[in-house]
Design a protein around this ligand. Structure first.
Ligand code: ZN
Length: 193
């Protein structure tokens, strides 16, 4: 897929924080492959890079469409911004592995999630063309995490009830503090997806 053209006029959109009903809802398929979809994808990439994160799903910016963006390239590699509309996992490896996941909607919380190590994903690109690719390593983790977002599933849903409850209560407190405009500590140690 060719790189997205950065024409300018992109904007950073606010990222919804857990808990939020929009993060628990199932997103609707993309049906129009038009300028507004490209603008949304560009805004999402800009928002993701700025955060910084390696993946972002449309519901995280309050748009209930099945669109995700990601770029898991290492710092010493060229950027590879990807935008995937209507992504589906067509194949999963039997081999699974753990990864310490984070999420831009659950800042500063990380937990190990076990997922298939490799997946093949089909999607429609921004020009409306069907694509299929095998993802491994961090790319595989990221694409599965982002597709979960389209189905209203968060990485904390893989954790036990108690651990999930602790994180959710801390997030509720963070949101109350933010509403009172208290600064919150930054400093992420792992990739946030
Ligand atoms: Zn996430």
């Amino acid at each position: 897929m060719r790189p997205l053209a950065y024409i300018g006029g992109m904007s950073i959109r606010p990222i919804l924080l857990h808990p939020d009903p929009r993060l628990k809802a199932v997103a609707k398929p993309v049906t129009a492959f038009d300028e507004s979809l490209r603008r949304l994808a560009e805004d999402m990439l800009e928002t993701m890079y700025e955060a910084p994160g390696i993946g972002l799903a449309a519901p995280q910016v309050g748009v209930m469409s099945r669109l995700i963006v990601m770029d898991c390239s290492r710092d010493d590699e060229p950027r590879r911004p990807l935008a995937l509309a209507n992504p589906e996992i067509a194949w999963r490896s039997e081999e699974t592995g753990p990864y310490e996941e984070g999420c831009l909607s659950i800042p500063d919380h990380f937990a190990e999630v076990v997922r298939p190590k490799a997946v093949e994903v089909t999607w429609i690109d921004l020009e409306g063309k069907a694509q299929r690719e095998r993802f491994e390593g961090l790319w595989a983790v990221c694409v599965q995490h982002e597709i979960d977002h389209l189905n209203g599933k968060l990485f904390i849903d893989y954790l036990g009830t108690i651990k999930r409850g602790v994180i959710t209560r801390k997030m509720e407190k963070l949101k109350r503090d933010l509403a009172r405009e208290k600064p919150h500590p930054k400093g992420h140690e792992a990739a946030q997806l």
